[in-house]
Ligand binder design. Sequence first.
Ligand code: ACM
Ligand code: ZN
Length: 763
Amino acid sequence: MKKYYLLNIGKINLLCSVLVSFALTSCNSDPKVEMIEPVSILPMPQEFGYQPNSFILNPDTKICCNIEQLREAEYVRSMIMDVFGLELAISHSTSEANLISINTNDSLSNSKGNPEYYELSITPDHILINADSSDGVFWAIQSLKQVFDQTDHQDGFAARVQGLKIIDHPKFKHRGLLLDCCRHFFSKDIIKKYIQLLAYYKMNVLHWHLTEDQGWRIEIDKYPKLTEKSAWRIEQNGELYGGFYTKEDIKEIVEYAERHHVTIIPEIELPGHSQAAIAAYPNLSCKNQPVEVANDWGVFKEIYCAGNDSTFQFLEDVLLEVMELFPSEYIHIGGDEAPKYRWEHCDKCQKRIASEGLKDEHELQSYFIQRIENFLNAHGRKLIGWDEILEGGLSKNATVQSWRGMEGGIKAAESGHFAIMSPTSHCYIDYPLDAIDLERVYSFNPIPDSLEADQKKFILGGEVNMWTEHVPDENNLDSKVFPRMLALSEVLWTGTDTSRFDDFQERIDDHFDILDSMNVAYGAETIPISMVKKGDSALLKKEVNGIEIEYRIDSWESDDTAEQAIHFAPYTGPIDVNRDCFLTARAVKKGKPYGDSIQQKFCSKIEITELPEYKNRFSEHYSGGGNYGLFDGQLGSINFRDGNWQGFWGKNLVVTIELEEGQEVHEVSANFYHYVNSWIFRPIRFVVAISDNGIDWPKVGIETPQIAEDLRGQHIIEMKAVLREPETPKYVRIMAWNVNKVPDWHEAAGSDAWLFVDEIVIK
Ligand code: ACM
Ligand code: ZN
């Protein structure tokens, strides 16, 4: 357990001196002075300090409150029953001692009007909660619950509760988790478990993603086929998968959330991510032709028709029923990833563009969102949409949720709109730990430096986004959300401060025990080892304490069999990897493998003398190790985000290298990635040319791909030019033709396509 001292001097300086004198005397024999039992509070309160001596909670302890806080007092009572097995009375009388007292009678001078502000004081006489509102009271109770959960006790007997004082308030008012219940469905009980966990860590928004291409999850009386058909998909293995929440389920969940001071913001996606609804009601789409509920991941081109008035009638009907169920100030309408292909080819949509005097399909999307916003505003609600709603002009009161970086949020704030930050760089907890680990989330700062002081107030807060394409069940969900969500909870409540990370990690360690007791199957904090290549060697590094590293080297041909898997050697220093091999490394903690192992494929590489020359620049997001990345002897894996892959967005690969004099070449090959769901296509042609003078470029190899353009799944394909006889050219030029535009048959037809390459191997 972490030992706390006062983090904030200032208002509770007094405690500091008490603590110091206590610390100096804690080992002496004075029977009146007790040992401190440290507690870990998450997120870290703004001000925290121990007080000497503790409160003894016993069957005679009374809970006392003003009448407005009776509900919170009941909550405390049932919490004490749960934690300690003690049944306490709620009393309105104010005796002098042995009290848990909840107070909201006076407006607190320190709260500065923040309704979530609270003070919690634990002394031998009482546990005292002061707040301006029941929100503040509730967060105080959650801090108290964390103290209780770390208090030794025997059920039904007195417990010694550590004396302390907390003065606290959140930095941001919107602290959320997005939970996608469409790609995979999570039961009512799991949703309630998550609401409880959100509250425990003072997160106050559940952004509930309820409609998608792969499933519609909310019962709508007026459109019964949304739950009869849209809620179910036939998986690729032929099995039926799905589910939905009935109105009764939703009422129960909303009430439960309210009880936990968590606001549920429902997300009803439009105009894209709507194929499931269209599967039941094809007239909502441009083509008015039958489609199935999607059973694959990606972005789909069947979207709501913007030229069709019945689309808006449908959406308004749906939103009316949604607003009846959800009392939230905000309704999220999605707005992301809506391919414009159907609109471009739809007479009705084109007529709408003409009749409304719109410039293009982006402005048509704005028109769509604006119409929906007017409807929501007329019903007293506000609209949130993903940052795509900025394209073609932002409607007047909309709040933007920034996901493709921070830019959307910045643009919104600069134009006086509210923004919620959840960029893929820090907040996408569906991403693997090698992309976003605990420390990365902890380093997140929702307020961009570039904003002027008076624009910063438009940043309402942030969310971690839990998309569930690859999260089929509760255990998977727990392991993705925890512990990473706790990092965001501290960022949004306490503020960004990376210097606090070690302290945070120690508190996380304490909370792993609590999470165990709540049946949360939390995952690892990070990948325990990292690898870097320096020259011809691979170096392995420990990323967490208390582990040893083991590794093994296999040839490209060897099968990864269980038998081989036991032949690991202790890592002692740099490993030569300038050869065709796999390096596998794993962490061992207390004699057992710990966390995921890492694997990297290498090849022997040739020396290139000058900086490779690119005709088209690669993407900054997929730079694949930069200028030398294609020739570094380190091969991209099946995870296209592994940092090795170099991406070209709607452009061809044309790269020229200069070889060392006399270097013989008899074969040039390159690996390409193919994953059409992410708009990544293998090239349509691969060409190698050589030159001695930089002027004449005879082609020495041309290959066309062996796999079909529409092949689904993730694939790495090698394309190769074998020279008729070995040459010793000065230059080699490698060219690969991108499909450039996503083809017509694809969900995102017409968008720019990706070409991904790594590595180029010259033999
Ligand atoms: C998103 O991740 N498409 C918002
Ligand atoms: Zn249309």
